[in-house]
Design a binder for this molecule. Structure first.
Ligand SMILES: [Zn+2]
Length: 238
């Protein structure tokens, strides 16, 4: 995938998304407000995305799952939910699924196999809790990685030390917490050190911010950040 930037639908997470606001953009789809296991929904969504020329480089794992649960019923049900998300991605020709790095490798194996079968790449995201916080654990799994800058803020340099494994970035800032998801510049992540490292190779940058009462205004602010990064760090987007 080329260097591209886009917006996560977390920006409108609390409402049923009005996709027209994302016209002509790249978005990462969250499935929270979409009944995505029905074929009619998939077809309807396909039409909407086409009508607004929206490109979807990735879909995020479904909400409320735990594929590392010790409760076998919950674990298997969660794997099935992820598999449904993979099928959803397949039908919409979305090439990538972002999965929170699980603690259980058996669950991961099952999902990887399913992803391969349906042509959807599984990318592991670092989380704010548990083993998914641990850079060496995630890199040891040998899969492409999605770096969430907010979740990683306490040890960002450790992640950036393996920048070659990072194919996808969830961009957001923080004043110290792991779940703040602010606009870059509103927190204290040293972007002037981070972006030149990430700019070394092509990646997908998704601005994953908190829901906002005025998403269009927020998107204008995001565009200004992108322009600044292009100007100051030579990042170029297609
Ligand atoms: Zn994230």
């Amino acid at each position: 995938m080329p260097n591209l930037w886009g917006i996560s639908t977390t920006l409108v997470k609390d409402r049923k998304p009005d996709f027209s606001i994302f016209s002509g953009m790249n978005i990462e789809l969250r499935l929270d407000n979409i009944s995505w296991d029905r074929m009619e929904t998939v077809k309807e969504l396909k039409k909407i995305l086409k009508r607004h020329s929206i490109n979807v480089p990735a879909v995020h794992e479904p909400p409320g799952i735990n594929i590392s649960s010790d409760d076998e019923w919950e674990r298997v049900k969660s794997i099935r939910e992820v598999e449904k998300a993979i099928l959803f991605a397949h039908h919409l020709k979305i090439k990538r699924l972002i999965l929170h790095a699980p603690e259980r490798k058996d669950s991961l194996e099952e999902i990887l196999e399913f992803g391969k079968e349906w042509g959807v790449e599984v990318v592991l995201e670092n989380t704010s809790k548990g083993k998914g916080k641990d850079a060496s654990y995630i890199f040891s799994l040998g899969l492409p990685v999605c770096l969430d800058t907010c979740h990683a803020n306490k040890n960002l340099s450790e992640w950036l030390g393996h920048e070659e494994k990072i194919v996808h970035v969830h961009v957001s800032d923080t004043k110290g917490g792991e779940e703040e998801h602010l606009l870059p510049g509103e927190g204290n992540i040293p972007w002037k050190d981070v972006i030149p490292i990430l700019a070394k190779r092509e990646r997908v940058y998704i601005f994953e911010l908190m829901p906002h009462p005025e998403p269009c205004k927020r998107m204008d602010e995001i565009k200004k950040v992108v322009e600044k990064w292009e100007r100051e760090y030579g990042l170029s987007f297609f």
